[in-house]
Design a protein around this ligand. Structure first.
Ligand SMILES: Cc1cc2nc3c(=O)[nH]c(=O)nc-3n(C[C@H](O)[C@H](O)[C@H](O)COP(=O)(O)OP(=O)(O)OC[C@H]3O[C@@H](n4cnc5c(N)ncnc54)[C@H](O)[C@@H]3O)c2cc1C
Ligand code: SF4
Length: 585
């Protein structure tokens, strides 16, 4: 049984000790830890609470869950699950809902190389904590998120085998990375009953089986069990000082189509933790600065896409099976498996910034039916076929996909590649009509992306496919750089001239020097000052764990980290007194 966690907004009180803005990794962790420190905590989240069974399974459902921000304005509901930011040079996808982007991510929970943290862009205070507080942060996050590799005893997966084959052909290291997925039924460590993964492949449109260890399954119920109050459909506009404390101004989002200039309500707090994600936190601070809050000039700077690249080995010689089930009954479809289960790890390079990882991916079933046409068109106008002599078979497979759908023919033989490397981190988030937009001249021309393309062509060559760079995106938006790992925008730095927060996540109170606003923190992906070259959720979680430990210590609060019967009982008690739903659809 999955309990609803959010309370009706009428129950919001005028004041809390701690207000947390956002409920992804940064927000959920801050709320859980500060509630465990015995504090009066509330979470404000702009999205809705969607639980397993309510995530989109069909194209029509997926369309309703799409919002897009572009030069032309905002379309769709402001509480829709998939939040797409279309910019001139780079596009970004983030999640919107209770649980943030954890609801729609691919679960990989990997630590970056240690040398990523030697970069002086991280404040010295954090670098000195590598073996201590940050290491504890990683361990605590892993204890809550429970990452584990795709089990050797689970059903074999064609996409995983194909990636391993590519790695062997490239003579590159390959392994199964830890993923935040549960492979057995039963109550988890905070008392929430989860179900074993059904191998449906739809992780990035939301897990309808309760198998994904999103923060909705661990940190958020833990926060609630320790007294935190959670409110959804609350869009925070800005933060302002009020006496010795803070006022958070927000707008209730009932339909998601409310005017942005509607009257605001507010809530007061001694401590505010801004955790609205890279774009959301920068947006809130930029608006707050425009309303008079003194902040660093660098708000919005240091944006990185974590070197993300999406590519495809289209119509290869082998079945790969990379389209999720969606609403299809499993009987007709072989197991797809969690979105990512394998990794080609090319990070061990003399130059940190030339390292990369290549992971395989899955297109969720809800949008699988859209692919055959754009892929066939892209294959005829671009890409590079890595083998010769099998053109009739390739054409036959292409027609089969068009006629019989994405589980057949060319699309069934298409491997999806997700790459993370290092970019120059020189993007900038700015406000246009109060909305976050990104500028990053010539980002796609950075030489590293050429190197990525060469590696992906190699991986594709092993499978005899046609290497394509991202046909859907290129056709729709005119360019193909898209990131699902936005980082930076409120970066950590030694002082206000270099960044927005200090090494503890405290917000600088001016444009230079080290003075901070008492009680104002940022703790999420926006504080990360450089690309990580690997999936970022675990680093964001570890940095937030460290920030909360320091915040509590500075105030003489003590966080009880024990997981045990007390928390379990509290969560289960909550489950019996609130609206309940079956975990399986
Ligand atoms: C398709 C996809 C696949 C991914 N796969 C992986 C993966 O395998 N491994 C990995 O490490 N990472 C992955 N990621 C990225 C990862 O999920 C993010 O890096 C991570 O969730 C960021 O955490 P965060 O706390 O910074 O922000 P988020 O998780 O984005 O949370 C921010 C929250 O703040 C809310 N918010 C924003 N503005 C406001 C406002 N004004 N008022 C109130 N609330 C607000 C948002 O709705 C959201 O809930 C993936 C992302 C996507 C989109
Ligand atoms: S593969 Fe399906 S069941 Fe397993 S975690 Fe992903 S969405 Fe959930």
């Amino acid at each position: 049984m999955i309990a609803r966690l959010a309370s009706p907004l009428e129950r919001l009180r005028d004041r809390y000790t701690v207000v947390v803005i956002g409920s992804g990794y940064g927000g959920a962790i801050a709320a859980s830890r500060l509630a465990r420190a015995g504090q009066d905590v509330c979470i404000l989240e702009r999205g809705r609470e969607l639980i397993p069974g309510e995530y989109p399974d069909t194209l029509m459902e997926a369309r309703k869950e799409l919002q897009a921000n572009s030069e032309a304005g905002h379309v769709g509901s402001r509480t829709a699950l998939f939040d797409l930011h279309v910019n001139r040079e780079i596009n970004v996808i983030v999640g919107c809902g209770l649980g943030g982007t954890s609801l729609i991510n691919a679960n990989v929970s990997l630590r970056p190389e240690a040398r990523v943290f030697n970069d002086p862009r991280w404040p010295r205070e954090l670098r000195e904590d590598l073996e201590t507080r940050l290491a504890e942060g990683f361990a605590r996050a892993e204890a809550m998120l429970r990452p584990t590799p795709y089990p050797a005893t689970a059903e074999p997966l064609l996409k995983l085998a194909a990636l391993e084959r590519s790695a062997a052909g490239m003579d590159a290291p390959f392994y199964r990375p830890p993923i935040n997925v549960t492979f057995e039924d039963g109550p988890n460590h905070v008392g929430v009953t989860q179900h074993a993964c059904k191998l449906c492949g739809d992780c990035v449109s939301g897990c309808n089986y309760g198998a994904k260890n999103t923060v909705l399954m661990n940190y958020l119920p833990d926060a609630k069990a320790h007294g935190a109050e959670i409110f959804t459909q609350v869009g925070v506009r800005r933060i302002q000082p009020e006496g010795d404390s803070w006022r958070v101004d927000f707008q209730e989002l009932v339909t998601g189509h409310e005017r942005t200039d509607a009257p605001l309500a507010s809530v007061a707090a001694d401590v505010v933790v801004v955790a609205a994600g890279s774009l959301g936190s920068a947006e809130i601070l930029l608006r707050s600065r425009a309303a008079g809050l003194p902040l660093s000039d660098t708000v919005g700077h240091g944006f990185t896409g974590n070197g993300d690249v999406l590519g495809f080995a289209y119509n290869s010689d082998l079945p790969v099976n990379s389209i999720g089930f969606g609403a299809e009954p499993r009987v007709d479809v072989e197991p797809v498996g969690p979105t990512i289960t394998g990794i080609i790890d090319l990070r061990d390079r003399p130059e940190l910034d030339e390292g990369m990882v290549i992971e395989e991916g899955v297109v969720p079933g809800a949008i699988g039916g859209l692919l055959a046409g754009p892929f066939a068109a892209a294959a005829h106008t671009g890409g590079r076929d890595t083998d010769r002599g099998d053109t009739p078979a390739e054409m036959r497979r292409e027609l089969e996909s068009i006629a019989r759908g994405p589980y057949h023919g060319a699309l069934r033989n298409t491997q999806i590649y997700l790459v993370m490397t290092h970019d120059d981190g020189a993007g900038r988030i700015y406000l246009d009509d109060e909305r976050a937009r990104i500028e990053w001249p010539d980002v796609g021309a950075q030489p590293i992306f050429r190197q990525v393309a060469e590696r992906l062509e190699q991986a594709t060559g092993v499978l005899g496919g046609r290497y394509l760079r991202n046909p859907i995106w290129s056709r729709l938006m005119g360019h193909d750089l898209v990131t699902v790992h936005p980082l930076g925008g409120c970066v950590m730095a030694e002082d206000a001239a270099g960044g927005v927060v200090d090494g503890r996540g405290r917000v600088y109170s001016g444009t230079e020097g080290t003075a901070v606003h008492p009680g104002l923190y940022v703790s999420d992906g926006s504080v990360v000052p450089r690309s990580l070259g690997v999936n970022p959720l675990l680093t964001i979680s570890a940095v937030t764990e460290r920030c909360c430990a320091l915040l509590a210590a500075d105030r003489g609060w003590s966080i009880d980290y024990t997981l045990g019967a007390q928390a379990d009982t509290a969560v289960l008690a909550t489950a019996t007194t609130t609206e309940e739903e079956e975990g399986s659809p």
